[in-house]
Each structure stands twice: as C-alpha cells, then as structure tokens.
Design a protein around this ligand. Structure first.
Ligand SMILES: Cc1cc2nc3c(=O)[nH]c(=O)nc-3n(C[C@H](O)[C@H](O)[C@H](O)COP(=O)(O)OP(=O)(O)OC[C@H]3O[C@@H](n4cnc5c(N)ncnc54)[C@H](O)[C@@H]3O)c2cc1C
Length: 333
C-alpha cells in the first residue's frame, strides 16, 4: 500500500489524530474507537525502542473491531500489540494498521472456579483477581508482564505452568471480523507457541483454577516476584527471554559458554545478570538489539553447533540506514 493511500486513509495529507464516527473516501470503515496516524509506539514497549505505527487503531469494543475488520480495504495489514513485552518494534515502524485492545477488552470476571478475562487484561491483574477470590493455579502469571492475548499467542509460562494448561476456551476474531469460540482441545499449544492462525485476534479467554487459601496464594506470588527480582533484570528495558531453550539445553548456558555475557552493540547489551535477556541500556535502537541478538546466535552456533531461535518477535520495518545487516526488512515472526 502506498504512503499516499495510507495518508488518505488516516485523515488526508495533513494527517493528525482522527477520532472515529465516520468513514472516508479512501475506504476505512467508520469506527467508534480511535484511529491515529504516525502514532509513537516506543514508550508503549518494554524495550522502549522502535518507530511509529502508520495507523494505530484502538477499537471501542469487539463490535467496533468486527466492523473495522470486515470493512477495511483488502490487503491492509493488521498487526496486534499486547503489552509489547515480547516484541522488538523495528526503527522504521509498523506499516498499515497496528491494533491495540483498549480498556474495554480488559475485564476480569470470576465465577466459581472459572475466570473470564479480556485479552487486554494484564497477566498480573488476572493473578491478583484469582488470589483475591481464593483460587490457585494462576500464580505463575504474576511474574509475566504481558496481557492475556499475548499469553495465549505465546503460550506464556513459568514455574512449570503455562496458559495452555489452565485454559477452557478462547474467543478470537478472524480477519473477516467473524467471532469464533474455540474449546481448549481445538488449539494445540507448544513451547511458547500455539497454532491459532497468526492473523486471528484473541478477544477473551476462559481460565480454570482450583480453590486455595488466599494467604498461601499471596505468599507464593510474593516468592515468585522476589525470585524474579533476584535472577532477572526485571526493572531494565528488556523483552524477557530472547531465545527459546533448544531441546535439552538452556539458551543462557549456551550464550554464556559462547562468551556473550555483557556483549554490547550500540546501546544494546546482553544482560550480565541473565544472559538470555537483552537490555536497552538507554539509547539503543531496535537495530542495535536485533543485530546484537543475531551476533549472539552466530557466536553460539560457532561455539556449540546449536542454532538458537528467537523467542522475542521482531515486527515492522528496519529504518533505511540500518538495513545493511541482520534480518530482512519486514520479516515478521
Ligand atoms: C521482564 C520480562 C519477563 C518475562 N518473563 C516471561 C516468562 O516468565 N514467561 C513467558 O512466557 N514470557 C515472559 N516474558 C515475555 C512476555 O511477557 C510474554 O511472551 C507475554 O505473554 C507477551 O504478552 P504481551 O501482551 O506483552 O504480547 P506482545 O509482546 O505485545 O505480543 C507478543 C505476540 O503476541 C501477539 N498478540 C498480542 N496480543 C494479541 C491478541 N490479543 N491476539 C492475537 N495476538 C496477540 C502479538 O501480535 C505478538 O506476536 C517476559 C518479558 C519480560 C519483559
């Protein structure tokens, strides 16, 4: 899609914020939520890097999103952001529509041993709601700084538990705008992955828990928090574990053995505290982080023969002056 068409879609040659309520000649359907052109994303990501969204759409609710998805121009790409705790947004920004689920997607309702949670709800809030209701089994979520939508997509997990293990159902939206309700046994979960089609949008999930003692659950959550503080750079600008653990091995051990602990490129650094974490020390670009990650992969391959695979997803376009090395422009994983 050309820049001119995108400019027209987002409000004409002078652009600027445009609230919903009407369509326009370029064919974007009317929305009740907000549509913004050239919206900065950097401060919405854990790494604090990356270029803007060409158009940022925050739907008012699921009906608004469905209308938009059904009526958007064919071929207009849609990228979903959760809390951007597992993402490097590249410096050239994200083309097309970037979708962020607003507060109306963040409700949490507890009924008996079941929770119905919106995809925009933060994992930590879900863990707290379960604790307050005297429900156990969701404590692991308190240390994962993402949203439920991101947790389903990534099959987020910690301390031997993962979201796939506590799910009853997922409500998702197809690119056509059609809503689907999937039972747990209709989705295959793997290590930090699930087989929901990449272009489906998670709207909500049903989670199951067991009765437990609220004080004991709170103590376990506190233990998780302090263990994480001690072992991971949780207060740094980071994206969590950079590479998936290869079968039978620990990524951090391979990275350490390859001499990469503390390795730097520009403002990016391999964490001294946990060397499967990359950190932005202050002025890193997305290219610094991605290129450092690729250098780590190359060094690990040379020293151990093992290919590490990115767990962190890199999305969007590289800035033109950063396209000499690293992954191809526009690659999305
Ligand atoms: C300090 C730190 C610690 C971490 N510890 C852990 C850990 O212990 N275990 C773990 O598993 N992860 C961990 N992570 C990684 C990250 O928090 C998880 O992967 C989390 O589930 C990502 O959720 P998110 O909302 O931030 O998703 P994002 O990072 O925004 O997105 C990740 C992917 O999910 C997709 N996505 C997001 N929302 C939706 C949606 N509604 N529908 C469809 N797709 C969607 C995005 O398109 C993207 O492909 C950690 C990260 C940090 C920074």
């Amino acid at each position: 899609m050309s820049a001119a068409v995108l400019r027209a879609i987002a409000g004409g040659p002078h652009g600027g914020p445009r609230q919903g309520g009407s369509g326009n000649a370029a064919g974007l359907p009317p929305v009740r939520g907000s549509l913004r052109r050239d919206a900065a994303l950097r401060d919405r990501t854990w790494f604090r890097v990356g270029g803007p969204a060409e158009i940022l759409f925050e739907p008012a609710d699921a009906d608004d999103l469905a209308t938009f998805m059904a009526g958007r121009p064919a071929g207009l790409p849609v990228t979903v952001l959760g809390l951007a705790s597992n993402l490097i947004v590249r410096d050239g920004g994200i083309p097309g529509i970037t979708l962020r689920l607003s507060r109306s997607f963040a409700d949490i309702a507890v009924s008996g041993q079941h929770l119905t949670v919106g995809a925009g709800a933060a994992d930590v809030r879900v863990a707290r709601a379960a604790q307050e209701a005297g429900l156990t089994g969701l404590e692991f979520l308190c240390g994962i700084p993402g949203s439920i939508g991101g947790a389903v997509r990534m099959n987020a997990g910690a301390y031997g538990a993962e979201i796939g293990g506590i799910l009853d159902w997922v409500e998702a939206m197809e690119p056509s705008g059609r809503r689907r309700l999937l039972r747990r046994d209709e989705i295959a979960f793997g290590y930090r992955s699930c087989d929901l089609p990449e272009d489906w949008i998670v709207l909500a999930a049903g989670l199951r828990a067991q009765p437990g003692d609220p004080a004991g659950i709170a103590a376990r959550m506190e233990r998780i928090r302090s263990e994480r503080e001690a072992s991971q750079p949780v207060r740094a600008r980071t994206g969590g574990s950079t590479f998936a653990n290869p079968p039978g091995a620990k990524a951090w051990q391979l990275i350490d053995a390859a001499g990469c602990r503390g390795l730097r490129r520009g403002g990016a650094q391999v964490s001294e505290q946990h060397c499967n974490f990359l950190i932005n020390t202050g002025d890193a670009t997305a290219a610094d982080l991605e290129d450092l990650g690729d250098e780590v992969r190359a060094r690990v391959a040379a020293s151990s023969g093992i290919q590490l695979h990115w767990e962190i997803r890199r999305i969007g376009r590289r800035a033109p002056d950063a396209m000499s090395g690293g992954a191809a422009d526009g690659e999305v994983r």
